[in-house]
Design a protein around this ligand. Structure first.
Ligand code: SF4
Length: 364
């Protein structure tokens, strides 16, 4: 259903929709993918999908950081949380994400006596470490380029404070290698991308020019207002209809072509690229971040000798396919019956940015 309150200029909407439909009439069905969990929720909340002509389909891709963290990594975290000397600090979304033995999650470990705390930022985790010198505080650094600078800044602060009972389990991921892996997969069927505005604010819009240059796919860096999204969809549909793919920055009030040099320098100082495993996409070369050796005392991996166990999936859960956009949430047999926000089977139903949670809350 259309939620008019979310549209800044609702009088413009019919004309934009008419133009989108006109483009789709010229090309045939258009499939667009958003790769940002905040876009997923903004699209669902505003009712944009219900406004679009049936020939224009919006799919959710690997844009929810909690959802793309694989079950075997969650298993490793759950194992770590069982050590009574350790306090796990993480964003609230991660608390209810099950490992491969659902429904075990950090919240159930906490109920069994584990030291687990939800924090709003890594700075809160540093404060926890200062307040609890008897515990080893491990911050779970989940996210994309958007949260990487803040995590890097915290590692630098911990180093400056010589805070010995604080470390970061770096689970940060990079958007571009994941998009390349998605595009190069045999089941890829998308005609264009809504590029993530928050990520681009850090990396710069130029970072997404590989879409037209290497794959002849259009991309539009979009903001998060429904009007932003509709205009971005129109731009994508126009480029597809004209067969002239390019990269357009529609979020110029926040995103610069070169990004945020201070944030990028901070990330480069603390992290280096590393291979990384994604739920749904498997292991992708150079798609993660590793803490540089000079900050090893604040890296939970060497500090606790962590090893990621063999990949495993949650039985029956189709999050891996939902993340790749090859299955809609409603096509999962567990959707809305066994798996609900109150009793989630997979991460896509847990996270406030997950495609299944969005579909359950607002429909598609
Ligand atoms: Fe996973 Fe639940 Fe979504 Fe199915 S409905 S894909 S089990 S989160």
């Amino acid at each position: 259903m259309l939620s008019e309150e979310y549209f800044k200029n609702p009088q413009d909407v019919p004309e934009i929709l008419r133009k989108i439909e006109h483009c789709a009439d010229q090309t045939g069905p258009i499939r667009l993918m958003e790769v940002c969990g905040t876009h997923t929720m903004a699209i669902a909340r505003s009712g944009i999908k219900s406004l679009l002509p049936p020939s224009v389909e919006l799919l959710s891709g690997p844009g929810c950081p909690v959802c793309v963290t694989p079950a075997n990594v969650i298993d490793m975290i759950l194992e770590l949380s069982r050590d009574p000397r350790i306090l796990i600090a993480c964003y609230g979304d991660l608390l209810r994400v099950p490992g491969s033995s659902a429904p075990r999650s950090l919240i159930t470990e906490k109920a069994s006596g584990a030291n687990v705390a939800a924090v709003y930022s890594p700075v809160d985790a540093i404060r926890l470490a200062e307040a609890h010198p008897e515990l080893e505080v491990v911050f779970l650094g989940v996210g994309f380029e958007t949260t990487a600078p803040g995590t890097a800044a915290c590692i630098l602060e911990a180093a400056a404070l010589d805070l010995k009972n604080f470390s970061v389990l770096c689970l940060l991921k990079q958007t571009e290698p994941a998009l390349r892996a998605l595009i190069e997969a045999p089941d890829f069927l998308v005609n264009g991308f809504l590029c993530p505005g928050h990520v681009a604010a850090i990396t710069g819009s130029d970072r997404f020019s590989f879409l037209p240059e290497d794959y002849e796919l259009p991309g539009v860096v979009s903001g998060f207002e429904p009007a932003d999204l509709l205009v971005a969809i129109l731009k994508l549909a126009s480029m597809i209809a004209e067969k002239r793919p390019s990269l357009v920055n529609e979020y110029t009030r926040l995103v610069r072509p070169e990004g945020n040099p201070a944030a990028l320098a901070l990330m480069d100082r603390v992290f280096c690229p590393a291979d990384c495993e994604w739920r749904g996409l498997g292991r992708i070369n150079g798609s993660g971040y590793e803490i540089r050796p000079e900050y090893a005392p604040w890296d939970a991996v060497p500090k606790f000798g962590l090893h990621v166990p063999t990949p495993r999936e949650i039985p029956g859960c189709r999050c891996a396919q939902v993340i790749r956009g090859v299955l809609s949430p409603e096509q999962c047999p567990l959707f809305g019956t066994v798996c609900t926000p109150g009793s989630p089977t997979g991460p896509c139903m847990v996270s406030g940015e997950g495609a299944c949670a969005a579909a359950f809350a607002y429909g598609s």
